[in-house]
Write a protein that binds this ligand. Structure first.
Ligand code: IMP
Length: 179
């Protein structure tokens, strides 16, 4: 099925049920890895809101939830490389286990920026989960990135939290740009 968002056409790439299956699996791994710990789950807004909300329903161990807000695309289909910090982290993560939740890792610039910033706050550990990962676009080695829902081609995608010009975040499935 194809959809139109503003000037661009997108086609369905990942169905909602496939996303859910991956989320259940990532949730189960977090439950095992963080048993007897109290992690702080930090969502990177805006894109991660839907992934985080669905993932934490499958996290059965106690956890805290917080958000930071960054932007780097600014309405285009290529990363602008300039990261803007719109909302600072409001919890103290000193000596805490942090689970960072990203919608997508593209060049990796944003994740690199966040991991470096969080490290200055002296957490016990940082582990990152991203629903999507574009290995061909990645420009960094980030060992903290442990859980990935789907590796995808280097194509622009929308839906399930991800936007084009702030549209499409509410779609249940993920769509890729038709060239
Ligand atoms: P990176 O810094 O290049 O890894 O990009 C990270 C951020 O850019 C993500 O958190 C998204 O907000 C945005 N982004 C990257 N790729 C896409 C895409 O295909 N669709 C929508 N947003 C994207």
């Amino acid at each position: 099925m194809k959809i139109q968002i503003e000037d661009l056409e997108f086609e369905k790439m990942i169905e909602q049920h496939a996303i859910e299956t991956q989320i259940i699996s990532i949730g189960a791994q977090i439950n095992k890895e963080y048993e007897d710990r109290l992690p702080v789950v930090i969502g990177v807004l805006n894109g991660s809101f839907m992934f985080l909300a669905d993932l934490v329903k499958h996290v059965t161990i106690p956890c805290q939830i917080a958000f930071i807000k960054l932007s780097s695309y600014h309405g285009a289909v290529n990363s602008s490389r300039k990261i803007t910090e719109d909302l600072e982290l409001k919890v103290d993560i000193k000596n805490r286990d942090v689970i960072l939740i990203e919608d997508i890792v593209d060049t990796g610039n944003t994740l690199r920026y966040i991991v470096d910033k969080l490290k200055t706050m002296n957490p016990s550990s940082i582990m990152a989960c991203s629903l999507l990962y574009k290995p061909q676009a990645m420009e960094h080695v980030i060992p903290e990135l442990k859980h990935i829902g789907f590796e995808i081609e280097n194509k622009f995608v929308v839906g399930y939290g991800l936007d084009y010009k702030e549209l499409g975040r509410n779609l249940k499935d993920i769509y890729q740009l038709v060239n």
